[in-house]
Design a protein around this ligand. Structure first.
Ligand code: LLP
Length: 424
């Protein structure tokens, strides 16, 4: 569900007319809907609160990697949402958005000593440890600071899932977490340390998961491990269940709603007496954002192929090039007519700069606006300046209000980041 709808024949972001917006801010521009973000958080919160018995006071920690714009984080933070982070930069963003350190989880396979020290200094809620070497380093860093941070051990349950091989994380060969046996050993090592306090286990098996079965299997592994660790006299009070729940990108009806997902988790954890944490990224942000783009021209070739060339490119929205991902493309002012196949491409000099092949679209012409739907997660955050294309602007719509929350950089600003070697 989202709040991008047609009003008077023009696509709006909540109360904001996207034609007017494009005229003022230019294109390509990401536009987010605050009401949609709030709605998604609300659905998760409501579902968790309905299962307090099984989940405790569950923390919903938005996966900042999905959309790290500070205003977006602020919308969620104001509702009580926490943050799942994977770098010092993301922790800094979350703090800047007003999310307290006590609600910030620090995950990631390659945290540096400096990043670990930063997280300890800021007093984050929990550091998710992903390997034995990281645990050793963390203990050394904490000892040097005379600290004892709360940690969780990230388990690789050898159950991978997700919408694409490149976004599956829980499989045996994936780089994330440690296998069950090793996790049990690490937990024991951590329990004996004076410089870390193991509070629980974590897992995240993949992204864009539309079948609850692999998630349920993974969570059962965590439950079993919790019981065994407790039998061995160790304390386990928290389980971090990661993110991963899929969203409908194009009218899919097989995506389980948050309520079904949370009910499944509650069923697995019933009676265990742990506090759950969730790290949804896509679920919160994907359908809360669009990428607004203008048609540069239609290249109707004599061989019959119809290329719709946009002013957005793979550097702005990488998901189709990287994962063959599907994003619905909607005209901002639908004109009707027969939908015919188009290849939708950007101006970057690579064949991979193709958003869609043979996509049925009603006729469009130079100057028309289109919206890539469901682009609020893993959109702007994954963009770059390839071909010296300025980063797309970002705008937040909230009712009838809107604000530029990341301006498009000028060429001067871009070039100012590159001091010229003084001997040239
Ligand atoms: N927690 C951890 C430890 C993660 O690695 C991730 C995502 C999440 C939470 C959030 O997962 P979500 O709820 O968003 O599925 N760029 C890819 C997605 C990469 C996801 C990486 N990890 C894409 O555009 O599809």
């Amino acid at each position: 569900m989202h709040y991008f709808d047609l009003k008077d024949g023009v696509l709006h972001a909540e109360g904001v007319n996207l034609e007017t917006l494009a005229a003022e801010v230019g294109t390509p521009t990401y536009v987010y809907s605050a009401a949609t973000l709030r709605r998604h958080y609300g659905l998760m919160r409501e579902a968790c609160d309905a299962h307090k018995g099984a989940l405790g006071d569950a923390l919903i920690a938005f996966a900042v990697k999905a959309n790290s714009n500070i205003s977006v984080l602020k919308v969620l933070g104001q509702l009580g949402c926490g943050a799942d982070t994977v770098s010092e930069g993301e922790i800094r963003r979350a703090l800047k958005a007003g999310i307290p350190a006590s609600k910030i989880i620090f995950s990631g396979v390659g945290k540096t000593d400096a990043e670990l020290a930063f997280a300890i200094r800021e007093g984050v809620r929990q550091i998710n440890v992903e390997s034995s070497t990281e645990l050793e380093r963390l203990i050394a860093v904490a000892a040097s600071m005379d600290a004892k941070p709360d940690i969780a051990i990230r388990v690789n349950p050898k159950i991978g899932a997700g919408g694409h091989a490149k976004i599956t994380t829980g499989g045996a060969g994936d780089k994330f977490g440690v296998p069950v046996e090793e996790a049990m050993d690490l937990y024991a090592v951590a329990s004996r340390s004076a410089h870390v306090n193991p509070v629980g286990l974590a897992c995240h098996i993949g992204s864009q998961i539309t079948d609850l079965t692999p998630l349920e299997s993974a969570f059962k592994v965590l439950r079993q491990m919790t019981e065994t660790l407790r039998e061995q006299g160790m304390s386990v009070t928290r389980l971090d269940l990661g993110g991963g729940l899929g969203v409908p990108y194009y009218g899919e009806t097989n995506t389980p709603p948050p309520s079904a997902y949370i009910a499944m988790v509650a069923g697995v954890l019933e009676g265990l007496g742990v506090e759950a944490a969730f790290e949804p990224g896509r679920l919160m942000a994907a359908n809360a954002g669009i990428l607004l783009s203008r048609v540069v021209h239609m290249n109707e070739r004599t061989d019959g192929r119809r290329f719709l060339v946009l002013d957005a490119a793979m550097n702005d929205l990488m998901r189709p090039a990287l994962y063959d991902a599907f994003h619905d493309i909607k005209p901002v002012r639908p004109k009707g007519g027969e939908a015919i196949p188009h290849d939708v491409v950007g101006p970057v000099c690579e064949t991979g700069d193709t958003f869609a092949r043979d996509r049925n679209l009603t006729p469009l012409q130079a100057g028309d606006l289109v919206a890539f739907m469901s682009a609020g997660a893993y959109g702007a955050v994954m963009s770059g300046e390839y071909n010296t294309r300025p980063l797309a602007a970002e705008v937040l719509a909230d009712g009838d209000k809107w604000a530029v929350i990341r301006p498009r950089p000028t060429y001067d600003e871009m070039f100012a980041r590159e001091p010229i070697a003084d001997w040239l």
